[in-house]
Structure formats: C-alpha cells, structure tokens
Design a protein around this ligand. Structure first.
Ligand code: FPP
Ligand code: MG
Length: 265
C-alpha cells in the first residue's frame, strides 16, 4: 500500500473514533436528561458520579473528539462532523416538544429521528468518503446510505423499547412512554386507536397512561408497521450503496443493514 493511501486510511479510522466519541458524549448527556441508571449493562456516569460530573465528562469526551477532528486538518470534514453536533442538540430539543396536529406528528418524529440518530451515521459515512475520493456523487451515496440505515436503526430501537427487556438491552426499556415520548409504534397505534391522541398530547402524564398506552400498542400493529418502515429504509440504503462498484466493503455495508433489522438488543 502506498504512503498516501495509508495516510487516508489512518484519517478514515480517526473519523470512526471521532464519531464514536461524539456518540458516547451525547449518550452521557442523554442519560442525565433521561435520568437513566444503566447503559450497556453498566451503571451510567450520572448514577455513579452525579449529574454535574456527568455533564462535564460528556463535554470532555466532546473536546477530545474536537482535537482529533482538528488534527485531520480537512476543513470540509470539520464542517461535516460539526453539523452532527448541531443536529444532535437540535434533535434533543425537538424531542422535548410535541405537535398538536396529528398530521404533523409523524414528520416531526422522523425529523427528530434523523437529527438525533441518523445524522451521525450519514455525516460520518460522508466524511470518510470525502477523504477517500473527490467525486461528489460518491459523497451523496455515502450520506444517503448512512441516513437510511440510521433512521432504520432508531425505528428498531423504538420497537425494542416495547418488545425487549432491560437485561437484554443493557439499558432501561419501556422507557419512552415514561419519558413522555410518542415513538413510531405509538404513532401507528394511534391511527387504530384515536383515543390515544389525548394521552400523546399530555405526554402520558396521568396515572395509568403509560400502562394503557402500552396495552394499546401491543393490541395494535404498531410494532409490525414500525418494523416494516425500518425495512423500507434499509432497502433504500442497500439501493444507494449498490450504486458503488462491487467490493468486500460494499458487501459488509449491505450485511450491516440486515443486522440493523434483525438485532434483538
Ligand atoms: C439517545 O436517545 C440519545 C441520543 C442519540 C442523542 C442525545 C443528544 C444530546 C443529549 C445532545 C448533546 C449532544 C452532544 C454531542 C454532547 P434515547 O434516550 O432515545 O436512547 P437510549 O434509550 O439509548 O437512552
Ligand atoms: Mg435515553
């Protein structure tokens, strides 16, 4: 392998590390916001050291990511990955709000899902492609692949919140309703059971709301419809990545989109 090619690969690996650090920082902050006590089967930072130190720990991880990003020394890559940080924060703000209008609710949910989850994957894929090749068409394919896989990943995460258990997931499940969040399974269930509307509007805040909403979701086909939607996003991701020439790396990305759909934890 030529020196230049090796340098590009080293920078691409750095992007993977930086993406992982931005993700970790956002989760450390998220666990403060959600008051969560477990993550990946372990106690959260906020549970062990308290909220103040958890916020600072998230900031420290983010600053280490920023230093690593500056070291790559590519301004296009810097703006692509800093967009992720803005999207993460805006996504979290979107999640704090809710739409009264039922028709706007799904679009709001998908926008929140893109910003909170898919932007990181889309823009990390794009940044890696920018380092590897000068063709903007390839950058767009990388972005679209990451965006579609990212949305599918979050849709399945929202399904697993209803269908899995805390021990398997290593984090609290049945958590979204308790946090007042109406995710895909709830929004689909609401089409079958319009009486859920009022509960969504008050963010499941009355005694019994969480249990009743859970029952409605499980009686409806909200879980199946959300899974079907995730499959559609994954098909779109595969369609995008299939525009690239065949390679073992392309096969691995196609396989990854299947893992996103079949994971149970
Ligand atoms: C998990 O959500 C949270 C995220 C994917 C992003 C959270 C973003 C912030 C807190 C903004 C701050 C960002 C930075 C970069 C410091 P979840 O609660 O739905 O998932 P969970 O069940 O895994 O907790
Ligand atoms: Mg959380």
């Amino acid at each position: 392998m030529k020196t230049l090619e090796r340098d590009v690969q080293a920078d691409q690996r750095s992007i993977a590390l930086i993406a992982e650090m931005i993700h970790t920082a956002s989760l450390v902050h998220d666990d403060v916001i959600d008051d969560a006590s477990s993550r990946r089967g372990k106690h959260t930072v906020n549970k062990i050291w308290g909220e103040k130190k958890a916020v600072l720990a998230g900031d420290l991880i983010l600053s280490a990511a920023s230093i690593a990003l500056a070291r790559i020394g590519n301004t296009t890559v810097v703006s692509i990955l800093t967009q992720v940080i803005e999207d993460l924060v805006r996504g979290e703000f979107l999640q704090l709000g809710s739409k009264e209008n039922e028709n706007e609710r799904f679009a709001h949910y998908l926008e929140k899902t893109f910003k909170k989850t898919a932007s990181l994957i889309a823009n990390s894929c794009k940044a890696v492609s920018v380092l590897g090749c000068p063709d903007p068409a390839v950058h767009e394919i990388a972005y679209q692949y990451g965006k579609n896989v990212g949305i599918a990943f979050q849709l399945i995460d929202d399904v697993l919140d209803f269908t899995s258990c805390s021990d398997r997931m290593g984090k609290p499940t049945s958590a979204d309703l308790k946090l007042g969040l109406a995710t895909g399974p709830v929004l689909f269930a609401c089409q079958q059971f319009p009486e859920m509307n009022a509960m969504i509007m008050r963010r499941f805040s009355l005694p019994g709301d969480v249990d009743r909403a859970q029952q409605y979701v499980l009686q409806s086909d909200g879980v199946q419809q959300t899974t079907y939607l995730a499959q559609r996003y994954c098909h779109e991701a595969v369609r995008e990545i299939s525009k690239l020439r065949p390679s073992p790396e392309r096969d691995a990305l196609i396989q990854l989109s299947e893992i996103v759909l079949t994971r149970d934890k």
